[in-house]
Design a protein around this ligand. Sequence first.
Ligand SMILES: Cc1cc2nc3c(=O)[nH]c(=O)nc-3n(C[C@H](O)[C@H](O)[C@H](O)COP(=O)(O)OP(=O)(O)OC[C@H]3O[C@@H](n4cnc5c(N)ncnc54)[C@H](O)[C@@H]3O)c2cc1C
Length: 442
Amino acid sequence: MSETTPDRSGPDERAVPGRGEEAQVIVVGAGPAGSAAAFHLARAGVDVLLLEKSRFPREKVCGDGLTPRAVYQLIRMGVDISAPGWTRSRGMRWIAGDHRVHIDWPSLGRYPDFGLSRSRHDFDDILARHAVAAGARLRTEVKVTGPLTDRSGRVTGVTATTGTKESLTFRAPLVVAADGASARLALALGLQRDSRRQIATAARRYYRSPDRSREEYLELWADLRFPDSDHYLPGYGWIFPMGDGRVNVGLGALPHRRHGKADLRAALDRWLSRTPHAWGLREENAEGPVRSAALPLGFNRHPLYTRGLLLVGDSGGMISPWNGEGIGQAMEAGEVAAETATLALALPRGPGRERVLHGYPVEMNRRWGRYYRLGNTAADLVFGRSGFQPVLNRYVMGSPFLLNALARLLTNLTDRPSRDLTDHLLNGVMRVVPEPQVRRVR
Ligand SMILES: Cc1cc2nc3c(=O)[nH]c(=O)nc-3n(C[C@H](O)[C@H](O)[C@H](O)COP(=O)(O)OP(=O)(O)OC[C@H]3O[C@@H](n4cnc5c(N)ncnc54)[C@H](O)[C@@H]3O)c2cc1C
């Protein structure tokens, strides 16, 4: 089956038989986190049910940009990224004031040296179908309404409704919550977000812009301002090529410490009126409305495992506080959750299995704990005040080494063990950041 012209008649996709189903693992939400988790579980021979409230293909508000770490996750899943529809990027172009610099993605031992963009309309559909091809059972138009629990409070499945408002019950010893920023399942178990962590918001719109659509760089603007003052916006703007005659244009910002939340729509208008007319980023070339959504950053929900429920992707607040990127993170966490669940299911129910499951937050903390802790601090002290202005100053913009190091810091691209001076520098900095404690509740 081709990835670009998917066959929608598969028997597995729509019908929900009887009053529900059973599986070894239920995954709620077929975004990048859920589809990656379901794919890796199915590949490991686990019987997995993937429940999604929408019907594919569907829109998802996003910038559609993938850095090399996200591409690496796609390659690990065997997604055919040479098929038509994927647009490659060779690096980032940063614009701040009069400065304009190009930073190519680094050549590393572990990660590819290119990025990609693809609309989430197609991307999520491809990933969900990839999970199905690996053996996952996908049920769309099934809205999960809450967890099912036993007397001890342990999750034993979920309740859901279908498009026809039929109530259903799905049972499994393990549930993966990949339901995005709404985090409905986590909240139902009392897992509130950490109010000390910042929540960014971002808005995007597509424009027809045939020239810019074939750009080789992901373009980022660091000098955006509030719509009604000259204060710098604590965030950045992007123009990402879609390769199909369109660009994805948007901006994301933290709430400013003194000026609060910006009106993103007005800030977008102010910014785009500065761009050359020939680029076409004007109302008459816009496709669809400006749409915005929240970005839960920097591990803002804990614990990532409790009582049979694993949180993955935005539901666990896994967006990088360094750059607002969350697709690759969602896929990577999906893989780790799947590995953990597969190991746990190989053991009988009981303390041994629980120990394995509690290893999931430990592994996520090992991977990103220090990096996110430093990123959260940078978001509080620097990005939340003046965006990227202080770090993209003229000294940094004028130094290829510093620029490269900054770009690799923002996108978490190092080799371990270190292979070059930048690796030594960045890995050395991370080593001195104290590792956050993993909070464990029953
Ligand atoms: C404007 C904007 C721009 C962004 N740009 C980028 C970018 O360029 N690159 C990047 O890497 N990240 C970007 N992000 C972040 C990225 O979109 C998210 O981090 C990513 O989508 C997280 O994936 P997820 O699978 O955890 O959640 P989601 O993608 O939100 O998927 C959750 C899924 O669960 C389903 N669902 C929700 N509730 C239920 C329910 N009750 N029952 C059944 N199904 C349910 C939803 O329909 C959805 O399909 C951006 C975010 C925003 C808002």
